[in-house]
Design a protein around this ligand. Structure first.
Ligand SMILES: N[C@@H](CCC[C@H](N)C(=O)O)C(=O)O
Length: 280
């Protein structure tokens, strides 16, 4: 067997191993994802983006056209997630650099549905993330402290908590506590610090990963939460995360996320290493 091609990329330092698989032949097991994402025994990443067509993904939503390029996203622990806002920008950058799409407008299939994407000449990418739906209010706990938050569905589940004071002091090495009844499939928890008009700072603990340097869907949830708490239907914010800066716009119908997408390395996984990790 030949080695498996890979590309390494990141969006605001939320990093991914991209696996081109146009014919849908790669067996992406939990063990293979975990090994790839491990920062010592693998390449190291927060997640894996398999690049394939929707037709070859068994759990692709029915409303995603079969010929669409499909982002098969996996968290570092091997779990499947519906959507990844930083990942979809990196995915689009890969499609563009590989000559699989033209610059400008394209559509990416995801488990949350089809997502219109625009690549820009300055290297940034804008994604139409769909509606950010507030579905309740709840609490996260960190180090014995409770933080009130807003539950937001951005295709995947979030609890965005506004913090009084700095987000820098929180210990996110331990997963925040949350209500498993409201979030039966787990949740991504954001801690959000307003720092001026239309400016937020945010840290995040991601479901299936741990603390990451950024979470695109999380930044959309953060802005939706701030608007909800302020009684506003729409607005735009700059969100600073440990890994960089993104711009988010939210209205009653949809939301957009704009930020960088970087590819930094490409190569081939050793065939024997891949095989030894085993198929399904
Ligand atoms: N980092 C992502 C979100 C990835 C999925 C998340 N961990 C989940 O399980 O829902 C982003 O940029 O949105």
């Amino acid at each position: 067997m030949a080695g498996v091609e890979f590309v390494k990329g990141h969006g605001t330092e939320n990093d991914f191993v991209v696996l081109p698989d146009p014919d849908g032949v790669l067996e992406l097991t939990v063990e293979r994802v975990r090994a790839l994402c491990d920062r010592r025994r693998g390449l190291g990443a927060d997640g894996v983006l398999r690049v394939t067509r929707a037709a070859s993904v068994a759990d692709a939503p029915a409303d995603v056209a079969g010929e669409r390029w499909f982002m098969d996203y996996r968290n570092a622990d091997g779990s499947v997630a519906e959507m990844c806002g930083n990942g979809v920008r990196v995915f689009a950058r890969y499609l563009l650099d590989a000559g699989l799409v033209e610059p400008g407008d394209l559509v990416v299939g995801t488990r949350a549905g089809e997502r219109p994407v625009t690549t820009h000449e300055d290297g940034t990418v804008t994604v139409d993330m769909g509606p950010a739906k507030v579905f309740g209010h709840s609490t996260a706990t960190v180090g014995g402290r409770a933080f009130d938050g807003v539950a937001v569905d951005v295709g995947n589940p979030h609890l965005a908590c506004l913090v009084d004071g700095s987000v820098d002091d929180l210990d996110l090495t331990v997963p925040p506590g949350y209500d498993p009844v409201l979030f039966p499939h787990g949740v991504n928890v954001e801690f959000v610090q307003p720092v001026g008009a239309g400016m937020l700072r945010m840290r995040v603990h991601e479901r299936g990963v741990g603390e990451t340097r950024s979470c695109g869907t999380g930044t959309v949830a953060a802005v939706a939460a701030v608007l909800d708490l302020g009684g506003q239907a729409g607005g735009e914010c700059i969100v600073d995360v440990p890994g960089g800066r993104v711009r988010v716009r939210v209205d009653e119908h949809t939301s957009t996320l704009t930020g960088p997408a970087v590819l930094l390395a490409r190569g081939e996984l050793d065939a024997a290493w891949w095989e030894a990790l085993g198929g399904e």
